[in-house]
Design a protein around this ligand. Sequence first.
Ligand code: ATP
Ligand code: MG
Length: 583
Amino acid sequence: MRASRFHISTYKDSPADAETVSHRLMVRAGLIRKLGSGIYILMPMGWRVVRKVEAIVREEMDRAGGIELSMPVIQPAQLWQQTGRFDKMGAELLRIRDRHGNDFVVQPTSEEVVTDIARQEVRSYKQLPKTFYQIQTKFRDERRPRFGVMRAREFLMKDAYSFDRDAAGAQASYATMAQAYRRIFDRFGLRYRAVAADSGAIGGDLSEEFQVIAATGEDAVVYCPDSTYAANLEKAEALPPQGPRPAPTLPLTKVATPGYTTCEQVAEFLGVPLERTVKTVVLATESKDAGEQGSVRLWIVLLRGDHEMNEVKVRHIEGLSAFRLASAGEIEATLGCPPGSLGPVLPARCPGVRTLADREVAVLADWVCGANEEGFHYTGVQWGRDVPEPDLVADLRNVVDGDPSPDGQGTLCIERGIEVGHVFYLGTKYSQAMGATFLDVDGKPRYMEMGCYGIGITRIPAAAIEQNHDERGIIWPDALAPFTVVLCPVQADRSPEVAAAAEALYAALLAQGIDVILDDRNERPGVMFADWELIGVPHRVTVGARTLQQGKVEYQHRRDAGTTLVAQEEIIAFLQSRLQRRA
Ligand code: ATP
Ligand code: MG
């Protein structure tokens, strides 16, 4: 490619709405351009990166036996009504109506359509297993689109769906996809972790997220440096504490804590360790057996002051799958005090209110909690004496740095990650809802066992940049760079030798199949170099009159501090060895 025939548009200023490095750099380097909230044009430079991502994904999906097809972006609502998702999915699902008054959705994923294909096309066990995939536009009306293409409303996703005869087959298909994902992310050249994720209502362990490690990631990734344990924060188990609850030593005492409401403030004010304070979270569920508490049931969740509630773990507790936070009004009506000074020391157990204690709270003695009266706390609280034993003790909290690893080897560390892929065993959730059966060996109809596998194609360039950049711009891994090599002639308009040498080198690199761009724009060297450092092309070869006189050109990797002089006749071999090393 010649720069003069390509479209290069770089900017000094960052867009006002850009909160992250990748968003800023993608706009400044001319990779993307905003068209509307969460809607971006992939400009020629950005599109080249996306095409490289796609090519790797496609190759590895094909290698793993995936079969590519293309499903419509606009899909009849009828199919989505069969699984109940048309109503259940909420505002993220964009619904549209045509001129005849028929409802449609814009695909956020494509389980319904692919299951419809399978139920019509797959009749016999002989046609299974099958994994279909597509690389296609998705639309999700995200509550907070942000970070450019990282969390967009319209984006590209690779979505794959496996169909198997039985659960064992589905697990094998899942394993094949999980393995393909490892190859894909290895080839991208990004630092990532595959982490166990919550598999929702289906249970089992067959759900993994692929997280690109970056300080700005939205997700917390938990791992053990001494073992292979890795999970996302939602999933990571906090092991039960060692040892029994210590014997109480203090009487229950009500103390004034004027103006102090958070556990941190109260711990500091009273001079007690934060780990001995207990916070009270009140949840509400709509109760089916109306009558006891109107139709709303309240739940008290007790956590140590230094711990955070884990929403996913709480949702797994029977009766709490659809919880919400109780309103101030509900709390006051039932517990008789405003939120902010709540505690579980209640005059008599409030009827219908259940108390759940995190495992760490259940083993506390002499603890501190709100006194259900503004400006007061209790100290010396004891289980059994002041507060009835909890209705349920469970793991309800997020793990923290230094917790023991659930596999019993070492302690946990937490780092930030960006979710770029997800593999998930679905079971027969969709095949049952849509009646997708096949005839098995014994001639009996069975529901197909499914899995689904996503990769955020347009999120990957953003994640790559979050991980690989400096103050001058992007630093692409070779596999994702819009161009692998940039060839920069210095003032070629003044030196026919420079122009000729650059042209010859350009032709030679193309002949070797190297993805090179020749910067023939006749920009000043400073402007030219600044552009390519911003755009992040990893390998740069500079041809200048002075070094050419010695038969040399200059090489610089985007991460190198300075240039290396390389003999003209050796530069191709030099580049090839560099490219191989990084491939
Ligand atoms: P998130 O937790 O980030 O919202 P998700 O759980 O909704 O992700 P999936 O439904 O598993 O995501 O989608 C598969 C992949 O699609 C994700 O791993 C992610 O890489 C990508 N993706 C999801 N939502 C977006 C978005 N709004 N913009 C860009 N990529 C996205
Ligand atoms: Mg989402």
